[in-house]
Design a protein around this ligand. Sequence first.
Ligand code: TRP
Length: 340
Amino acid sequence: MTTDASTSPAARPSSLPVKPRIFSGIQPTGRPHLGNDLGAIRNYVALAERYEAIYCVVDYHALTHVHDPEMLRHQTLEMAAALIALGLDPKRCTLFVQSDRPEVTELCWLFNTVTPVGWLQRTPTYKEKRQNQPEDVNHGLLTYPVLQAADIVIYKASLVPVGRDQAAHLELSREIVRAFNARYGVTFPEPQPVYTDAPVVLGTDGVKKMSKSIGNTIEVLAEPDVIRKQVMSMVTDTQRILRSDPGRPQVCNVCRLHRHFGDDYEQIWEGERTARTGCVDTKKLLVERIIAHYAGARETYKELMADPARLRAILDEGAERIRPIAEATMAEVRERMGLR
Ligand code: TRP
């Protein structure tokens, strides 16, 4: 059989993948916590079954706020190891480190030339970040969403699983793609967000979203003693003063978390409501369940972190696998834009 360019799949104009391709990026914040797992990672794992999934640890993006080279390198590896440990199978999806596929920085530059400055200045996350780090309003903060758009579409991904906090970035990605397609011809699909319906996981303070920077996390991959201490410090129903007071499980963070660790949470809630169980009992049970649930992941994580060469090889393979896609897109883009 001859390879006829007009019928071979690789020759379809924008080389869209057959199975919908999804892409998501995650910040290299180091070892993830319970909020990262329930809010994003579990969803990554589930989606990798149904789609052609590409997941990326975004170290270029992190440079807009992390300036310690050793810390960046270490936290990047920690996040990658944790993603694998928590269930991402690098054989069934692509897992890579952003800076291992540097073509994206070229696409980011090219996208800069179709992106009005006003769009970026108006982005709410830019305004927030300016306020959070007023002494370091680097240009990377402004260009952050342009790089994010390049991340997604260099692989022509059409779906992007993200949290609602990324809505403005995704809208900008779509606008940048539209601007490019309008000027140079339809080259990229407009990426659609797939919002995770996962709950916002509150931290151990029971008030704020679980976050490393606040220090209210439950580190699911840490040693059991650490988990025990963190869970036992959790704020429960603040109106339940006496052990004999009836609890209000619907407002108790500990009770709410039980929903994710066993299908008997209604009995647990009933125990609280009727004051048959106390907050401490419910916490102790949660500790045991979290420790048990993550036991396998904790082992895998430790093994990977103890063998950086193996981890590096897995990540290199991920980056290599998608090299042809990045290169093909860049060839097409350069051609369309008049570069040679
Ligand atoms: N901005 C995202 C975050 O802060 C991370 C990210 C970078 C991303 N590139 C992406 C998410 C591409 C989705 C798609 O969480």
